[in-house]
Design a binder for this molecule. Structure first.
Ligand code: F6R
Length: 612
């Protein structure tokens, strides 16, 4: 979703604004822009498409201002063209916005009636006019923003720059994250605003996050924070770890490839955080503020790939801890008005920790008396801050829009939780725990082995690139992975793909099978293999092109002609999705690369979905 930066500097800032925006590219965007003050006057440069276009514009018509704001826009209201690109400005104020202003129509009508002219189709432009309108009544910039903010409905982060004010930036947060940074070393005295600490990492690691409803006044003298009531408040300055993470692609062509290859390491790091490997036990790195033995039910919510991690975890919680799990996509759960039980635990899963629907589910669960636990990758995120227990995934920043390493780390954490609950509830004994922990410890090595299959996976992927549509099948814990494999393929290659529980095939989708339909079967040798083999025979009998992702035993069992096979090492059956995720991701990656698609920033997608 949209990215925001602001710099109050000592040197021309346009180049640095673009550099910071590049670090927000991963969020997904379709246009970009900056505004600075040139001889005290507001000037903008905006361009449709990639930041490269904005850079070209800036090289043709450079900006020299020492203060500025910048934005990458992911279109919600109005087409992704230059006119609708941020910053939006009128004569006196420029604004960049992330989120949605829900009451923009009624505000725009009122402002039009008072003589304001609107240039764009966006909801965001109304904010610039609203603040300008307040200034026309004689208020200064700070008072005007303070008067405008309560009139806005919706979720937003905002940054303002004012004509004639070369020592003032204002930021505001309601629903969407915003961070303030203090310049260090050579940048001492400079101040920054950014959608996240990653954007500010080249300039500073000294960060404070705005709390919900806060707004902040930045001058070169520092930051003055206000809460929603306008009262001056203090916000803790923390040292961000973001600069410790190298946000580059290393030896890889794409962030997605780098993140797929990092998985043995980050899954290993995450497991090491949750396991006492020598004792063969799970040791949660936090205290549970509830008795796992007394839990009546788990309610799991998340979106997209994180939801599929939850679907896998349902098998684990039910199998290892004998606790029933209600799971739903967060965007629907919030509208079900689901009755939640006493002594219930709500688990939300999110890479970004900012997904609007997941956050809304968390709040609903809290309001309904649930214990709340968040499995998140960004520890400073809103979801992390609003949950009573945070179970961190240690995947590091995930830049590719398609989630890969965050998914497998989510699975690793959820597996540890399920085992810990199983022990607490007396379902697993010490020996069973040690066996499962042993299986977990083997995972990074098995993932590394799976990565060695990349040349064969690439061949399979090239075969898919000509298909119009593909089916993914799996049973048991492999079913959610079939859903995830199909999601990966469609989101980055734009090939239509569907995941199905293998047993559902004959209840409808079998009608789609013909010789043009690739069917990717995710089938490790486990207790369900015989039944999945029957489904493969049904596909083969109708001429479908089967690609088997499985081990030698599964291949032997299959006894059908295969259009392709991806050779997996034999492994214990419970945690296969964590390893089989690797070929599922690589199939999608290589199909998309072969087809020349923008793998790291697929069309229409955003990394952090902060609108509903
Ligand atoms: C797919 C993908 C999305 C996210 C979903 C939730 O590759 O990345 O489906 O999983 O938008 O995002 P988070 O985990 O940030 O809540």
């Amino acid at each position: 979703m949209c990215g925001i930066v602001g710099i109050l500097g000592a040197r021309p800032v346009a180049g640095e604004l673009v550099e910071a925006l590049k670090r927000l590219e991963y969020r997904g965007y379709d246009s970009a822009g900056v505004a600075t003050l040139e001889s005290g006057r507001l000037i903008r440069r905006r361009a449709q498409g990639k930041l490269r276009n904005l850079e070209i514009l800036l090289s043709e018509a450079p900006l020299k201002g020492l203060i500025g704001i910048g934005h990458t826009r992911w279109a919600t209201h109005g087409r992704p063209n230059e006119t609708n690109a941020h910053p939006h400005a009128n004569g006196s104020v420029a604004v960049v916005h992330n989120g949605i202003i829900e009451n923009f129509r009624e505000l725009r009508e009122g402002l039009r009636a008072r003589g304001h002219n609107f240039q764009t189709e966006t909801d965001s432009e109304v904010v610039a006019h609203l603040v300008a309108d307040e200034m026309q009544t004689g208020k200064g910039p700070v008072a005007a923003v303070a008067a405008a903010l309560p009139q806005l409905r919706g979720a937003f982060a905002l940054a303002f720059l004012f004509d004639g004010q070369d020592d003032l930036l204002i930021g505001a947060r309601r629903g969407s994250p915003l961070a303030v940074g203090w310049g260090e070393g050579e940048q001492q005295g400079e101040m920054y605003l950014g959608s996240d600490a990653l954007a500010l990492a080249p300039f500073t690691s000294e960060i404070a996050y705005l709390e919900e409803g806060d707004w902040v006044v930045l001058t070169r003298g520092g930051a003055e924070f206000h809460d929603a009531s306008g009262a001056i408040v203090q916000r803790a300055r923390v040292r961000s770890q973001a600069s410790a993470f190298l946000v580059d692609k290393g030896e890889h062509r794409h962030f997605m490839a780098k993140e797929i290859h990092e998985q043995p390491e980050v899954v290993g790091r995450t497991l090491a955080h949750y396991l006492d490997m020598s004792a063969g036990k799970v040791r949660l790195p936090f205290d549970l503020p509830f008795d796992a033995n007394a839990l009546s039910r788990i309610t799991l919510t998340a979106c997209g790939t994180a939801y599929y991690a939850g679907l896998v975890a349902r098998y684990w919680f039910e199998r290892f801890a004998r606790i029933s799990v209600d799971i739903d996509v967060a965007s629907e759960f919030r509208y079900r008005e689901a009755p939640l039980p006493e002594r219930g635990l709500a688990i939300v899963v999110s890479q970004s920790g900012e997904t609007a629907d997941t956050l809304a589910s968390l709040r609903y669960a809290k309001d309904n008396g649930q214990h709340c636990l968040a499995v998140v990758n960004v520890p400073t995120s809103t979801i992390a801050r609003e949950s009573s227990v945070v179970a961190p995934t240690l995947a590091g920043p995930e830049i590719g829009v398609a989630s890969t390493k965050a998914f497998t780390c989510q699975l690793a954490v959820l597996a540890c939780l399920a085992i810990a609950f199983g022990r607490a509830r007396g379902v697993l004994d010490e020996k069973e725990e040690a066996r499962l922990v042993g299986d977990l410890i083997a995972l990074p090595g098995l993932m590394a082995k799976a990565l060695l299959e990349e040349p064969a996976i690439e061949q399979v992927a090239h075969g898919l690139a000509h298909a119009r549509s593909a089916l993914y099948l799996g049973r048991g814990v492999s079913f959610p992975l079939a859903l995830e494999g199909a999601l990966k393929l469609k989101e980055i290659s734009y090939i239509h793909a569907e995941g199905y529980a293998a047993g559902e095939l004959k209840h409808g989708p079998i009608a789609l099978i013909d010789e043009d339909m690739p069917v990717i079967v995710i089938a490790p040798k486990d207790a369900t293999i015989e039944k999945t083999v029957s489904n493969m025979q049904e596909v083969a009998a109708r001429g479908g092109r089967i690609v088997l992702v499985g081990d030698a035993a599964a291949r032997e069992e299959a006894a059908v002609a295969l259009a392709g096979a991806i050779d997996m090492a034999p492994m214990a059956p419970d945690f296969t999705p964590i390893v089989y995720a690797v070929p599922a991701q690589l199939i999608a990656y290589h199909a998309a690369v072969f087809m020349g698609k923008d793998v790291d920033q697929p069309r229409n997608l955003a990394k952090s979905v902060t609108v509903e």
